[in-house]
Design a protein around this ligand. Structure first.
Ligand SMILES: Cc1cc2nc3c(=O)[nH]c(=O)nc-3n(C[C@H](O)[C@H](O)[C@H](O)COP(=O)(O)OP(=O)(O)OC[C@H]3O[C@@H](n4cnc5c(N)ncnc54)[C@H](O)[C@@H]3O)c2cc1C
Length: 457
């Protein structure tokens, strides 16, 4: 009888069966496949991400079971867990999709070194992105630092690759290795316990969001900035965990809408651009892209930071956003920009404090997207908003939540206010019981921010 020569399929942020290049490559060999997910430690990702991951793994385990397969769970450094698992199962190959975060690149290299030394074949495929950052280059041969030319270059060359359909069956090994129990991993923080009302983590949940998007995407340009409407796809946490292929989104939208799909596809371009930036500038999450911002006079303000985190700044649109984040693990993009500008410019608090809070509380938390967007708002990033563009929280609120429906939903203390008073109750001389007065005056804060900027110009 032929000896079993299984392939380890190392799953990470690619928790799907459909259009998964590493899975397809492993299945195509005709050998048995052992899907494995490794968590490096107990607390290496934020609380909201942990909630999502564990729900998503449960969904993936069910989907694998339906194909007769299993999901093996292990804890520890991948460069130790994978060689041990290979030895235990007599696996002779490892298949995985690349990731590009700096820490993960180092891990991948360590894994390949150790397994290579044991003559384990490596099957590596591109991760869930449109481009390879080392292939898309400026005319001078360097990395892009500005989005528009990056997008022009990428979208001109990009053609979605042929789809890898989910395998009909996955060969199983003669003996399964032991797995940890997902129930032992699942310790949902109390604040995350309501997320399930909003989200369905897993491939089926992602497919449902895509189907909804296909019906609504023609209105995306008009609707995408309205937090009071459900005008965006809410695909971000599914993309963060690779429950849907970015190429599949492209193919389906392009087929249905042709050129009209471009405003949405451009947003996927931003996602790739931010990964491009992180790949070429690994310090993006911790250091300002623009060096002069290292001298920026940020202030220590623990009380102000707490008010912002809790949605108690007295600025209704800011508080609505921060409470939507706390309750659902997600916030509308327009409101993310408003709350980030408020923290960094009105409160003069270091953007890294906001980045850390988002990283812990967002279900779509992603190192590249989070850091690049925070630096964009702070004015210190590549192709960032100019520093002097200080969002006016009241003007933004009136413009993008005109009737105050979004505020009313997330700040129930203000629910009885009319559409005029709700954006700035103090201007209409309305005091609301239980809702704080503004913690600062925006006009004064704006002047203070511009003066601080003058110091580093
Ligand atoms: C301060 C700040 C922090 C952010 N942190 C994150 C983060 O940690 N993870 C994350 O995925 N997004 C982050 N974003 C980007 C953006 O807010 C979210 O991707 C978007 O709100 C997700 O909702 P959606 O899926 O409905 O978006 P849609 O409008 O439906 O867009 C479709 C997809 O395009 C991508 N996309 C859209 N806008 C952006 C953007 N500005 N930058 C990069 N990709 C984008 C996302 O993958 C998104 O799912 C951040 C934005 C700001 C201003």
């Amino acid at each position: 009888m032929e000896p079993d020569r299984p392939i380890l399929l190392w799953l990470r942020r690619d928790l799907r069966l459909q259009d998964n290049p590493a899975l397809a490559a492993a299945v195509a060999t005709g050998r048995s496949v052992i899907p494995v997910f490794i968590r490096p430690g107990k607390h290496e990702i934020g609380g909201a991400s942990t909630w999502w991951r564990d729900q998503s793994l449960a969904a993936l385990a069910r989907d694998l079971k339906a194909k007769g397969s299993r999901l093996i769970l292990r804890t520890g450094p991948a460069e130790k867990v994978l060689p041990a698992l290979a030895a235990e199962t007599a696996a002779t190959a490892l298949a995985f999709n690349q990731t590009l975060e700096p820490g993960q690149i180092a891990t991948d290299q360590a894994v390949m070194r150790v397994l290579g030394a044991h003559r384990v074949e490596i099957i590596e495929r591109r991760g869930n992105r449109l481009h390879d950052p080392w292939l898309v280059k400026t005319k001078a041969g360097g990395p892009f630092k500005v989005f528009t030319p990056f997008w022009r270059t990428l979208s001109a060359d990009y053609r979605p690759p042929a789809r890898h359909n989910a395998p009909k069956a996955i060969h199983v090994p003669k003996r399964w290795p032991k797995s940890e129990y997902l129930a032992d991993w699942q310790v949902t923080a109390k604040w995350a316990s309501g997320f399930g009302e909003e989200w369905t983590p897993g491939e089926a949940g992602a497919a449902a969001r895509l189907n909804r998007l296909l019906r609504t995407a023609k209105d995306y340009p008009a609707e995408r900035n309205r937090p009071d409407h459900e005008g965006t796809s809410r695909l971000s946490p599914h993309l963060a965990w690779g429950e849907i292929s970015v190429h599949e989104i492209w193919r389906r939208l392009d087929k249905k809408l042709g050129k009209d799909a471009l405003p949405f596809l451009r947003q996927l371009g931003w996602r790739d651009f931010n990964s491009h930036l992180l790949y070429h500038f690994p310090k993006l999450p911790t250091e300002p892209w623009s060096a002069k911002f290292a001298r920026f006079p940020f202030q220590r303000d623990a009380k102000g930071l707490r008010a912002w985190q809790r949605g108690l700044t007295g600025y209704p649109i800011v508080d609505a956003g921060m409470r939507q984040l706390w309750t659902t693990g997600w916030m509308h993009n327009r409101v993310r920009m408003i709350v980030a500008s408020f923290l960094v410019k009105d409160q003069l608090i270091d953007w890294r404090k906001g980045e850390a809070w988002f990283r812990d509380t967002l279900v779509d938390a992603d190192l590249a997207q989070n850091a690049a967007n925070w630096q964009w708002v702070a004015g210190s990033g590549a192709d960032a908003a100019p520093y002097f563009r200080v969002f006016n929280p009241i003007g933004q609120s009136r413009r993008f939540d005109p009737d105050g429906a979004y505020i009313r939903r997330w700040v129930p203390e203000l629910a009885t206010l009319d559409g005029r008073a709700i954006h700035a109750p103090w201007e209409a001389d309305v005091t609301v019981k239980g809702y704080p007065a503004p913690i600062l005056d925006h006009a004064e804060a704006r002047e203070r921010a511009l003066a601080a900027y003058e110091k580093i110009k």
